[in-house]
Design a binder for this molecule. Structure first.
Ligand SMILES: [Ca+2]
Ligand SMILES: [Ca+2]
Length: 196
């Protein structure tokens, strides 16, 4: 298991302890029902700045009247700016349902390590995945062990004649520092001694 995925639950526990178990580390990064449709222009994604915690992005794609997808239906473009010292260690699908029509095997998500896309071809993306409601983490499919500081653009669309509601959860944690690694190693050693 990747070290960052081992550390992520530890950081989550520390976060809950820090906030008194209120779960205040979670936040809505974008909710189309409140914030409006994400842009359909691949060269101008909606830019959002990530913070520490579980960040959700919720929206609708497909034949809902908006545009930007390769078939003319609704595409959503989002660029997450990760400040120095933070990492995205997983992107999970929290919700996925076709409210109209049949979405087939899932919907398309393209990724590029940039603030925008130069086009809508496969040469314009660094990775892609067809996602549905059974995806605990999209990063392995995108061949990204984690996303570090900087800009990360996401292109979400549905190409079947349907309307899909989706909700993605980005887990943002501090990048493993030497102190955190030393502390984790100490806890491991302590745990092994107690088991003896
Ligand atoms: Ca949308
Ligand atoms: Ca859109």
């Amino acid at each position: 298991m990747h070290l960052r995925l081992i550390l992520a639950p530890l950081v989550t526990v520390l976060c809950l302890l820090w906030t008194g178990g209120q779960g205040a580390c979670g936040a809505v990064l974008w909710n189309e029902a409140v914030d409006g449709d994400l842009p359909g222009e691949f060269s101008s994604p909606q830019v959002v700045v990530a913070t520490f915690g579980e960040l959700t992005v919720s929206g609708t794609i497909g034949r809902n009247g908006n545009s930007g997808a390769t078939d003319g239906s609704d595409a959503d473009y989002l660029a997450i700016m990760l400040p120095e010292g933070l990492e995205i260690v997983s992107v999970s699908v929290e919700g996925y349902s076709a409210t109209e029509g049949n979405s087939g095997g899932g919907s398309f998500l393209g990724y590029r390590a940039a603030s925008s896309f130069a086009g809508q071809g496969f040469s314009d993306i660094d990775g892609w995945v067809i996602f549905s409601d059974d995806f605990p983490d999209l990063l392995p499919a995108l061949e990204q062990p984690f996303l570090g500081e900087g800009d990360h653009a996401f292109w979400i669309q549905e190409t079947n004649p349907s309307i899909v509601e989706y909700s993605l959860s980005f887990q943002v944690v501090p990048e493993p520092s030497l102190g955190l690694l030393a502390g984790f190693a100490f806890l491991l050693i302590l745990g092994r001694r107690k088991r003896r």
